[in-house]
Design a binder for this molecule. Structure first.
Ligand code: ZN
Length: 110
């Protein structure tokens, strides 16, 4: 299936061909078409939808229990987040760091 982004969009107001660009929001690359004349921007529908899904997920607060595993502790990552990140199997190496005095961050994809 061809991606809609392969098409050129014509600005209805200016009758001019738009140019392809992208914007980055919260680490998300959203492909756009921009009219050079009037400045109107169209977002790629798939990218915009992913960003919407991300925003919904971001607002959720998950409560997970710390569990002792050997000499360490583990906290589980909800499946909703794992699915959103497109992780299919276990065993993947991720990066973790103490971000601030009371916050640990895990970088799932590099
Ligand atoms: Zn225009």
């Amino acid at each position: 299936m061809k991606d809609v982004y392969e098409n050129d969009i014509l600005c209805k107001n200016c009758k001019k061909k738009t140019i392809k660009k992208h914007i980055v929001r919260d680490g998300f690359k959203i492909r756009t078409w921009e009219c050079q004349k009037c400045g109107k921007i169209w977002h790629h529908p798939l990218d915009a939808n992913e960003y919407l899904k991300f925003n919904k997920l971001k607002q959720k607060n998950f409560k997970v229990k710390l569990r002792k595993v050997g000499n360490s502790f583990s906290a589980t990552i909800p499946n909703e987040i794992i699915e959103f990140e497109g992780i299919k199997k276990e065993g993947k190496l991720v990066n973790m760091q103490l971000e601030s005095a009371n916050k640990v961050s895990i970088i799932l994809k590099s």
